[in-house]
Design a protein around this ligand. Structure first.
Ligand SMILES: Cc1ncc(COP(=O)(O)O)c(C=O)c1O
Length: 274
């Protein structure tokens, strides 16, 4: 395959059969150029920002993320030549810091945790302050963005309906709920009986606001109810134990060489995340 630039190489990830009965497939989003499904949202959000004239060459892009979205945005912004600030929590992993710095990202650390040990509230406050004080700034806002929901509807959603004539279930890890919102909308248009199963993690507040469990797996769970959630057409949700998620990941990786989500082993934070 020939591509004119690395952004064009995002998406069209392979789908691999994992089990025969029932047929169960994994889409290898970890094989996107910057390492996760979030590459799709970052590339789409910045392109739409330009098309909608919310971004021009000197606009600083800002986002609250310490993980995969920050990495994807940092890479995409560097390719577009836009400065990028990511607001992170103090538990940013050394590897993620190194990757972000290699893409010239400006890193701002939120220092104040809420009662649940999460820094998300403080991170969003910092972003809101930057938006009011600094001129020519664009906040991507991954927790509530029509462009991001549409990114998944149009990219991974279109890829899956091309690959499968029939589809009974989608199991989707959730955090900001942007991907499940776009994907569930697309898949329900094509597979009328499909069941959409959201896979959340213990300690997440998406479906259980009273939980106080610390989370260490990036890319699953959230400490707020994301604005994207009402757009997701979820039939059922599973709250997975963190230990089980790590065990399944390790099993898939050693038994099938599968990198299904992200190269999580390198990026697991020892401390709670967003
Ligand atoms: C690798 C990976 N998969 C899935 C998700 C969940 O996607 P969303 O934030 O759209 O719910 C994330 C979120 O960070 C992620 O990093």
């Amino acid at each position: 395959m020939l591509y004119n630039n690395i952004i064009a190489a995002i998406g069209n990830t392979p789908v691999v059969k994992v089990d025969d009965v029932p047929y169960y497939y994994a889409k290898l989003e970890g094989l996107n150029p910057f390492g996760s499904i979030k590459d799709r949202a970052a590339a789409y959000a910045i392109r739409c920002g330009y098309e909608q004239q919310l971004i021009h060459e000197r606009t600083r892009i800002v986002e609250s993320s310490s993980g995969n979205f920050a990495i994807a945005l940092a890479a995409v912004c560097q390719l577009y030549g836009n400065p990028f600030t990511c607001v992170v929590d103090p538990h940013l992993t050394p590897l993620n810091r190194e990757i972000l710095e290699s893409f010239d990202a400006n890193i701002v650390v939120a220092e104040t945790a809420d009662n649940n040990g999460s820094y998300l509230t403080n991170r969003l406050e910092i972003v809101a302050q930057m938006v009011t004080e600094l001129p020519d700034l664009f906040w991507v806002n991954q927790y509530d963005s029509a462009n991001i929901r549409r990114a998944y509807y149009e990219t991974i959603g279109s890829e899956l309906i091309t690959d499968f004539e029939k589809n009974d279930y989608l199991f989707m890890p959730i955090s900001t709920c942007g991907s499940i919102a776009g994907l569930s909308t697309k898949l329900k248009e094509y597979y009328h009986d499909i069941q959409i199963i959201a896979v959340d993690i213990e300690g997440s507040k998406i479906f259980d606001q009273n939980t106080y469990h610390k989370r260490s797996i990036p890319g699953m769970g959230a400490s707020i109810i994301p604005g994207n959630l009402p757009y997701a057409r979820i039939d059922e949700y599973i709250q997975c134990r963190q230990l089980n998620a790590k065990r399944v990941y390790a099993y898939r990786k050693t038994s099938f060489f599968l990198e299904c989500g992200v190269r999580t082993d390198d990026r697991v934070s020892p401390q709670p995340g967003a």
